[in-house]
Design a protein around this ligand. Structure first.
Ligand SMILES: [Zn+2]
Length: 208
């Protein structure tokens, strides 16, 4: 029985596979020793594998089910990450979509929620300092690019970013009345920014 070394959770770290079980190397021991990764969970698994005369000897027995397959777990993580970035589904909805894989990989809804939240925060565009940067953020960020309809430049030099669902744009020509409502004044660090909602039969917005 020889260990298989795999990349660990953190950069530069490793996890070791002996059969289906995963281990961390116990760096305090002079002779190579590996402690079950479930030692730090509520199971407090006592299994330690030590190298003795070129053999790896397992001490005691695992007190928990076999851990999920690492490759399957990585695949699940990729699917959760894709769902976080590509869709507007909530963490609960993503979990429900992937319930079978999540249960197989022993991943709880709370862990999915944390992963979705971290991924979405990491994927947010950089907070813009200037108006032209805001346009770039909106037009390239996946969740707002579908609303970005273009830039409007007025005669007085002011500029507006137009956001509207493509489907609603088709109905603008049919509108007989437009109401303008200012919703709030400051977005990001651009103090002069105002968000105006133009209310028609449907709602679309100008930021100016
Ligand atoms: Zn164990």
């Amino acid at each position: 029985m020889m260990p298989i070394t795999l990349p660990g959770k953190f950069p530069g770290s490793s996890v070791y596979l002996f059969g289906p079980y995963t281990y961390h190397k116990d760096k305090r021991c002079k002779i190579p020793s590996y402690r079950c990764t479930y030692h730090k969970t509520h199971h407090k698994c006592p299994v330690v594998i030590k190298k003795e005369n070129n053999n790896y000897v397992e001490k005691s027995r695992h007190n928990h089910p076999k851990p999920p397959n690492i490759e399957e777990k990585k695949k699940l993580h990729r699917m959760i990450d894709d769902g976080s970035i590509e869709t507007n589904l909530s963490a609960k909805e993503i979990f429900n979509e992937l319930r079978q894989s999540a249960e197989k990989s022993q991943m709880r809804p709370s862990a999915v929620k944390v992963r979705v939240s971290k991924k979405r925060i990491a994927n947010l565009p950089v907070e813009p300092q200037y108006f032209y940067e805001l346009k770039n953020s909106i037009s390239t960020y996946k969740k707002t690019s579908c609303l970005f309809r273009g830039i409007i430049e007025a005669e007085d030099g002011s500029t507006a970013i137009m956001l509207c669902q493509e489907e609603l744009m088709k109905h603008i020509g049919e509108v007989k009345e437009i109401l303008i409502q200012q919703t709030y004044e400051v977005l990001f660090k651009i103090k002069f920014l105002k968000l105006l909602a133009l209310l028609i039969n449907f709602i679309f917005s100008f930021i100016c």
